[in-house]
Design a protein around this ligand. Sequence first.
Ligand code: NDP
Length: 451
Amino acid sequence: MEAFDYDLFVIGAGSGGVRACRIAASLGARVAVAEERYFGGTCVNVGCVPKKLFSYAAHYFDDFEDSKGFGWEFDNLRFDWSVLKANKDSEINRLNGIYKSMLDSNQVDIFEARARISGPNEIQVDGKTLSAKHILVAVGGWPWIPEFPGSELTVSSNDVFAMDQLPAEIAVMGGGYIAVEFASIFSRLGCKTSLIYRGDQLLRGFDKDIRSFITTEIGTHVDLYLEEDIQEIVKQNNKLEVSFKSGSKLSCEMVLAATGRTPLTDDLGLETVAVQLADNGAIKVDANFQTAQPSIYAVGDVIDRIALTPVALAEGQIVARALFSNDQKAMDYQNIATAVFCHPNIGTVGLAEHEALEAGLEIDVYESVFRPLKHTLSGRDEKSMIKMIVDRQSDRVVGLHIVAADAGEIVQGLSVAINCGATKADFDRTIGIHPTLAEELVTMRTKRVDV
Ligand code: NDP
């Protein structure tokens, strides 16, 4: 039998890679990981975690404002970005340490260097040539910015986490997750915020009614430039002059391009093996995350299926268990709940209306738009929305979409019920908790008549 240095060599210590290392090592495999940048990957360093910390900071602004209707009075409210940034940095450093010590305590060999594949079972790292029975590529993705005159003047979502100062005016380009989240965050932290999107409604791919509702809600605190494409950006004095193809213009201090992310497959040595790439650079894998080179696997953002941390974690775990135990559980991409941390939050699980119709289902749609109890006193002009999509034949709830404070928390719980096949009748016979926003979910009576 051929003797390899390792049973599994993982490239990339982000969510998917670290989970695979940990599970494989706990199953007795000899594991190594190479990480050239930071432990914890995008999620911990320039993604979910610091973004959520910024989102909490942004929500305080709403809370302070809302408290006045409840009798609170205060003067001299001010926000200090440097405090938030320093505290965020120290928390991320702490998490980096936890990720590293998790690998150490599982006896995973760590190479803090770039690794390149040089053969089906061979890796070059830190001046060494190492062999592994299996290689797992979990290198993630990187912000992608389209090229146009002045595009080099934009910053990416990676950069905003390292900013020393908050700009007074920012324009965010894009209408996806990152764009709407940062637009909400910056507007609450005191920046005059604009959002430039080439479509007519934000968040392509989401349910149409949710898109329309959130576009209106975000338009209450952000200047929306919809159906606009940037032609060029020119720097004049300390300002950026943004010209649109339509002929309109916008002046601001900073432009954040949140225009998508691309798999990080360059310079990995993949040309030395049979691994195949899709047109966008994503590694092609089968249902078991195996590439066209049987010894090499890939998970997470680099395979560009669903770019979410919990998905990468599940994929990494499935690969490790399949390789080092008899667990051949397949990944189930149905009913993966997700949240967008804009204001108000969006939580969604299951099918959007268009997806249910495309799947040939006959559906009933229940919708409710209402003013949350809190805002009767706060005076905030913010509404909430719930949309439930029910398969008429089976009565199963196949889609649930909520726009409301903490919608992600509500939808996470309900995604369990939906994964268990909960029917509309199950929701209806459930007694609500009063007064909560979530009780609306068990009292939805009004069917939309146009479906
Ligand atoms: P998205 O793919 O969600 O959005 C990219 C946006 O950029 C779209 O609105 C797209 O427009 C626009 N765009 C793309 N190309 C151009 C162009 N040439 N000119 C103008 N606009 C353009 O990517 P994000 O970067 O926002 O997020 C990446 C992924 O990260 C998400 O898909 C998600 O999986 C994950 N993520 C998850 C979060 C969460 O769970 N809360 C938070 C942040 C990220 P169009 O719609 O017209 O194509």
